[in-house]
Design a binder for this molecule. Structure first.
Ligand code: NAP
Length: 327
């Protein structure tokens, strides 16, 4: 930890210092490295909190009115994620605090992970790997571990934004047909050959449904019991968006009842999902620990962009990627 007499920004101490080089090099602001938990933040002395003009936050840090009120001079909250459902943006705006996020730099990494989950679910990789390790692989079996052939199968992309599009492009290369929904009327690139449909039709027709909407009030539990009930019994659900986009209780029931065939989840509610949670034991379901953007190159780029947002906000300039504004 180092402090200076200059205004301060709080940065999570878990971030490697070289990812934060621009902040550490800034002459007009000091970096105060802190554990990413509320006790640590609120445990700072008032004198220190009064000097804090910027917060670099991770998606694990809820940023609510109480937290904002602890920093009367705060000018910017820079979230190291594209999603900002952990930040009370209206509360920030009401206090003239800019909010930044990190879109674009994580698109390919997250789309790669969604495709990895899709492939793993389609070809039963988690269960097949376990069978091999635990001695259930007795011989080459013509009917063993049969999965979904991607060529000619249909992918339903819920939310054809940056990541949804990148997943669709990857799936096209595997020979899949693409259906999609999105909020606006913006068309898909023609070369994708994708068809826009209503959500109900997408759910009914897709062999794999992949979720890419942000978590907002209108997308919370978008995939509920009724939505799952519209899917094919052979269909697979891939979630790299946010856990609360899916009603997990309904998902577990749908898997147990054979209403859908499988689910591959990078995100859950809560995170981490406790090891005793029944979804881990639910046939057809597998879970990875929110690693969508977890490549070395992407995480560094996310941190660097978060630093650029942070420094711009501290200096009263427009953020490279702002969530609210103009302020
Ligand atoms: P984006 O470019 O803003 O795309 C979001 C898409 O969702 C847009 O196409 C938007 O439609 C659509 N949408 C919003 N509300 C909708 C609704 N109610 N129904 C249907 N479509 C809706 O964002 P992105 O960069 O692709 O990121 C998407 C989300 O992925 C993030 O918000 C984040 O939660 C999640 N994410 C997760 C990871 C991970 O590690 N697992 C990593 C990165 C991001 P329009 O285009 O018409 O506005």
């Amino acid at each position: 930890m180092r402090t200076t007499a200059a205004p301060l920004v709080l940065v999570p101490e878990v971030l490697p210092p070289d990812w934060l080089a621009s902040v550490h090099a800034a002459a007009d602001v000091g970096a105060f490295e802190l554990r990413d938990d509320l006790d640590a933040v609120l445990g700072l002395e008032l004198e220190t909190r009064r000097r804090v003009v910027g917060l670099l936050t991770l998606l694990t840090r809820p940023v609510d009115a109480a937290l904002l009120d602890a920093f009367p001079e705060l000018r910017v909250v820079s979230n190291m994620a594209v999603g900002f459902d952990n930040v009370d943006v209206p509360a920030c705006t009401a206090r003239s605090i800019r909010v930044g996020n990190t879109p674009g730099v994580l698109t390919d990494a997250t789309a790669d992970l969604a495709m990895a989950l899709l492939l793993s679910a389609a070809r039963n990789l988690p269960a097949a790997s376990l069978d091999a390790r635990e001695g259930r692989w007795q011989t080459w079996s013509p009917t063993g571990w049969l999965g979904l052939e991607l060529r000619g199968a249909t992918l339903g992309v819920v939310g054809l934004g940056k990541i949804g599009l990148a997943v669709a492009q990857r799936a096209r290369a595997f020979g899949m047909d693409i259906l999609y929904t999105r909020r606006s009327d913006a068309p898909a690139p023609p070369e994708l050959g994708a068809t826009r449909v209503e959500l109900d039709a997408l759910l009914a027709r897709a062999d794999v449904v992949s979720l890419h909407v942000p978590l907002r009030p209108d997308t919370r539990h978008l995939i509920d019991a009724a939505a799952l009930g519209r899917m094919k019994p052979s269909a697979l659900l891939v979630n790299t968006a946010r856990g609360d986009v899916v009603d997990q209780v309904a998902l577990q029931a749908a898997l147990e009842a054979g209403q859908i065939a499988g689910a591959a989840l990078d995100v859950t509610s809560p995170e981490p999902l406790p090891p005793e949670h029944p979804l881990y034991q639910t046939p057809g379901c597998f879970i990875v620990p929110h690693i969508g953007s977890a490549t070395r190159a992407t995480r560094r780029r996310m941190a660097e962009l978060a630093c650029a947002n942070l420094l711009a906000g501290v200096r009263g300039e427009a953020l490279p990627h702002a969530v609210n504004g103009p302020i």
